[in-house]
Design a protein around this ligand. Structure first.
Ligand code: GDD
Ligand code: GTP
Length: 425
């Protein structure tokens, strides 16, 4: 038996996803026509052995109710449930707290997926490596540029045996450009004892925290509360567990050559949308709009949206439920959310148009493309850091002929004049 756990976090997280997370919890935000976690679920549903998925987080119970109801119909072979942490317990704390639920039915192994990644989730390949090596754990890795690597967990591996030799979470200096994708497969008999000994270590002896300074390294002991006021119940897979697993000699990495992106900032929904649409297009999904003179694939149009036949859409465009796209409109690399309206001859590029927003006639709402290999959604323009993707929050209005460039616009704002490189509050 195999299970899967999806770590969905809670309302205190996803702050970088504002302003979009002000109106919808990040895991439920639609990319390529489906909530971010639906894409995780869909990947899990392709593994024949998995009959149960547990979402763990600290959002209110009601948050995932409808999603679970709909998904249970769509993936009837899988039992889906949400388990709520009474407070943020960290990526390993939640697993440990709900170990009885995970262990029920005696699974020999289970997947753990971070909900905020966009990837092809090569779970079968991870299972294969897991079995081949009789592993304790398999982590999914991908190569990124040296500059990007230190923003992630870094993996030093033996390329021949695929064994993980060292693991360091967000190191200060360069260690490796093979990084943690936030997808794991754990042997049940190994991971819970590992977490247990991490807890023991934490409670028995005070944590050593070092403060690197320019001259010397000072060390101080912090007992109950950590630096950032984090509770001692908080246990993180990355910091508290993975580096120990590397010492066990049975921790392996599957390196994916397929796409992978993190979904942190609101702007990162645009590349995620593009990658999932391309995946759906390649697998000839019925959901992708039929290519034509005005539809450049891949494009997703919700069945309840109204698109004028003279509007030109794509590539990499999602049009949400009940959205209205007027004549002569051009949309490319963008997400148009539910009930938004784009008036005639307007142009939306590298942007997200929030729920119920209005874009006036001949207006331009645009961001700047970033290369797929870049793992950031900010760019340097005239020496200052700005948003690459323009985002309109819920119920914003852009006047006729107004140009909005590289901006983030909070909900309920009206833009009557041209703006660029700004956060409009
Ligand atoms: N249930 C629960 N409880 N989930 C949590 C908690 C918690 O207390 N804290 C974080 N999560 C979830 C988040 O929603 C997210 O899906 C995942 O766990 C990881 O979030 P972070 O702890 O913010 O880590 P990160 O995203 O900065 O980095 C992690 O992911 C990278 C890949 O995207 C690390 O695993 C990195 O090593 C990795 O490279
Ligand atoms: P492609 O022609 O799609 O390859 O785009 P491009 O990369 O040559 O141009 P750009 O990215 O600047 O613009 C993308 C699309 O939007 C182009 O097809 C333009 O014709 C169209 N476009 C640009 N500005 C406007 C505008 O103000 N109104 C409308 N309706 N379309 C526009």
């Amino acid at each position: 038996v195999t299970k899967a756990v999806i770590l969905v976090g809670g309302p205190s997280r996803g702050t970088r996803f504002r302003p979009l997370s002000l109106d919808v919890p990040k895991p439920l935000f639609d990319v390529a026509g489906h909530p971010i976690i639906w894409h995780c679920l869909q990947a899990v549903s392709k593994v024949p052995d998995i009959k149960e998925v547990i979402l763990i987080g600290y959002y209110d119970e009601s948050v995932f109710r409808d999603f679970i109801k709909d998904s249970s119909k769509e993936f009837p072979q899988i039992k889906i449930q949400y388990l709520r942490e009474y407070q943020a317990l960290g990526t390993a704390g939640g697993l440990y707290h709900f170990r009885d639920a995970i262990l029920k039915g005696k699974p020999d192994r289970f997947f753990v997926l971070n909900s905020d990644v966009c990837c092809s989730f090569p779970l079968e390949a991870m299972l294969k490596l897991f079995e081949e090596k009789d592993a304790d754990a398999v982590i999914l890795g991908t190569r990124v540029s040296n500059e990007a690597a230190t923003n992630f967990g870094c993996i030093v591996s033996d390329s021949h045996s695929k064994r993980v030799l060292h693991y360091v979470e967000k190191p200060e200096g360069h260690i490796s450009n093979l990084i943690n994708c936030g997808v794991y497969l754990f042997a049940t008999e190994c991971i819970f004892p590992s977490i247990k000994s991490a807890i023991k270590r934490k409670t028995e002896r005070p944590r050593v925290i070092s403060y690197p300074s320019s001259e010397n390294i000072e060390t101080s002991f912090v007992a109950d509360l950590e630096e950032d006021g984090e509770k001692k119940e908080v246990l993180r897979l990355e910091q508290d567990i993975l580096s120990d697993l590397a010492d066990s000699n049975r921790f392996y990495v599957h390196e994916t050559k397929d796409f992978w992106r993190q979904i942190k900032t609101a702007g990162s929904a645009v590349p995620a949308n593009a990658l999932y649409l391309q995946k759906a297009f390649q697998s000839q999904s019925e959901e992708i709009a039929k290519p034509s003179a005005t539809i450049l694939p891949p494009v997703f149009i919700h069945p309840t949206a109204t698109v004028d036949p003279t509007a030109k859409l794509g590539p990499n465009v999602s049009i949400g439920p009940k959205a209205i796209i007027g004549p002569g409109v051009r949309v490319k690399d963008a997400i148009v959310l539910e009930e938004a309206e784009i008036k005639h001859d307007a142009c939306v590029l590298y942007a997200i148009i929030g729920w119920n927003s209005r874009v006036g006639a001949w207006a331009r709402v645009e961001g700047t493309p970033t290369p797929v290999s870049s793992h950031t959604t900010s760019i340097i323009k005239n020496g200052v850091k700005v948003q690459s993707i323009t985002i309109l929050g819920k119920e914003c209005a852009v006047g006729d002929e107004v140009r909005v460039q590289n901006c983030i616009c909070l909900p309920y704002k009206e833009l009557k004049r041209d703006v660029s490189n700004e956060v409009i509050m």
